[in-house]
Structures are given as C-alpha cells and as structure tokens.
Design a protein around this ligand. Structure first.
Ligand code: ADP
Ligand code: MG
Length: 243
C-alpha cells in the first residue's frame, strides 16, 4: 500500500519544549488513523505539520508526493489537497453556508461559481444540511456548523482529511451527528487523521490508534489491541481516564 503521509525523524521545539520528539509515522492511502494522548502531548502540532501550519526543525515530511519540509514546497497546492476540520468551526460569520463552502474552490481552485455551488450542494447533501445552504453560521447549532465545516473541506475534493478534536467543543447531544458524518466518510475510503478521544469512533472505524505523550509516539496499534491490551503504563493510565 502506498504511503500518502510519511514522517521521518521529525523534531520540533517550541523554545525549550521538545514538542515533537523524533516522530516516525506512515499513513497509507485510505487509512483511518486516530491520534490520542493527554492534553499538551503534541497531537495538534503533529497534525498541523501535515499541511505545514507548523514548521519543523529537522526530519522529513512527505505528503502526497510533496516534500512538505522543503522550504520551497507549494503550500497552496499542499493545502488544496488536504481538508482540515478544527475544534472551533472557523466559519466566516458574515457569509452564508453556501458562500463559506464555495470560497476556496473558487479562489484556490479557480472553479466557476455555478460549478462550485453545485459541488457545495452535493457536499451539503452528504452532511445532511441542504436546507441550510442560505443560513448564516450563527443560525446553526454547533453540530450543524461542524458539519458545514466538514462539507467545506470536502468541497475541495481533498486526498486527506485532518480532524483536530472535531467534537470537543460540542454539546454531548450533537457529537453523534458529527461522528456519523465522519463514519460515512470512512466508508467512502477517505484517508483520515483524527485527533479524538471518542473511543466508540476509534473502535468502530480506526485502522490504527496512535498514542502520544510528551511529544513522542508511545504506542500504536489496532484499536482493539490498544484499548483492551495497552502495552505501556502510560497508555493504560490514559485509557483508564477516558473510559
Ligand atoms: P495537544 O494537541 O496534544 O494538546 P499541542 O500540540 O497543542 O498539544 O501542544 C503541545 C505543547 O506545545 C503544549 O505544551 C503547548 O502548550 C505547546 N505549544 C503549542 N503551540 C505552541 C506555540 N505556538 N508556541 C509555544 N508553545 C506551544
Ligand atoms: Mg490539541
């Protein structure tokens, strides 16, 4: 299987803090990777490196045949191929749902408005929100806003979707609807890296769970092995806390 993401001996510091400590990681095309670990362990920094929202100090990152670590990497192209869904939805409040979704396809991919709108409506259908196309973000629930954010990512036809705690800012009753959309994406074969502590999601769809602590990958394995038989003390302690 072809690796769509590869980290080779990646190191990064924030001042004296060794936030990524010799990270080696491969993600195959179509793979669903769940990343978990305590707060401050470097999970967000790790996935933000994939589309170079963060720079690294040494090592190599290859994504979709691009050398992300290379200072001359084409970041516009890189980011056009990668959808990123954040904990906070980051929708533009002064734009409708549809306008939010067509923005990047029109300006980055130079797709004309009518085609961009057609794609946007398809993606809204995929997340179950066609009737909200002309609503403004403030008129939507948190769960609906996050589903719009996912539709916005999908409208670029990305090769990879990254999710950084996509349900952490949601009221409990809205978590399920967002996870359902993500599960559907998995069934379409999307390559996904998901920072989450939603164990149900991880058990159901993750090919692999990666556990981080203090900037290091401590343990990686199939969800059933990781959750039921963690091999390290640190992972055992973490799992007992999120259970
Ligand atoms: P996680 O997502 O696992 O909670 P992060 O990757 O956000 O962890 O952060 C890892 C560590 O790096 C934390 O100690 C955090 O305070 C620190 N950190 C994150 N971003 C910055 C930054 N821009 N400048 C300095 N320190 C940062
Ligand atoms: Mg984080």
């Amino acid at each position: 299987m072809e690796n769509i993401i590869e980290f080779k001996n990646v190191n990064k510091w924030f001042g004296k803090l060794h936030v990524l400590n010799n990270i080696n990681l491969q993600v195959a095309r179509g793979e669903v990777l769940v990343i978990c670990g305590p707060s401050g362990s470097g999970k967000s920094t790790l996935i933000r490196c994939i589309n170079r929202l963060e720079n690294i100090h040494d090592g190599e990152i290859h994504v979709n045949k691009m050398q992300v670590h290379d200072k001359s990497a084409n970041l516009t192209k890189l980011r056009a191929d990668i959808g990123f869904v954040f904990q906070q939805f980051h929708l533009y409040p002064h734009m409708t749902v549809l306008q939010n979704i067509i923005l990047a396809p029109m300006h980055v991919k130079k797709i004309n408005r009518s085609l961009a709108e057609k794609i946007a409506m398809e993606k809204l259908d995929q997340v179950g929100l066609t009737e909200k196309a002309n609503a403004y973000p403030i008129q939507l629930s948190g769960g609906q806003q996050q589903r719009v954010a996912i539709a916005r990512g999908l409208a670029m036809s990305p090769d990879i979707m990254l999710f950084d705690e996509p349900t952490s800012a949601l009221d409990p009753e809205m978590i399920g609807e967002v996870l359902d959309v993500m599960v559907n994406l998995v069934s379409e074969g999307m390559t996904m890296c998901v920072v989450t502590h939603e164990m149900g999601f991880a058990r159901k769809v993750a090919d692999r769970v990666l556990f981080m602590d203090e900037g290091q990958i401590i343990e990686t394995g199939k969800p059933i092995d990781f959750f039921d038989n963690p091999t390290t003390e640190r992972a055992r302690g973490f799992i007992s806390m999120i259970l």
